[in-house]
Design a protein around this ligand. Structure first.
Ligand code: ZN
Length: 89
């Protein structure tokens, strides 16, 4: 059971027209279909955007995640080697 969008009468059985004012419900169902399609497209766009964000994040972060610790350790060892070399002289 639902209410007519035009006259507000209670509709017991879902038909194409309101039995009280003759208002066509086909328009409303069409807009619902359009809304559903728009929602689907919005969800697809959101998924694509999320995928792009994930892709860019992984492509920009994964090399740095590997290079940064190695570079840090190499610089640390080089610094220590330099100090030992200076102290021994
Ligand atoms: Zn009506």
């Amino acid at each position: 059971m639902f209410y007519c969008q035009n006259c507000g009468a209670k509709i017991e059985f879902a038909g194409k027209f309101c039995s009280f004012c003759g208002f066509s419900f086909e328009k409303s169902t069409n807009t619902d279909e359009k809304d559903a399609r728009i929602n689907e497209l919005e969800q697809k766009i959101a998924r694509l955007e999320q995928g792009q964000v994930k892709k860019t994040a992984s492509s920009s972060f994964s090399p740095w995640m590997a290079i940064l610790p190695i570079g840090f350790v190499a610089a640390f060892l080089g610094f220590f080697a330099l100090i030992i070399w200076i102290v021994r002289q």
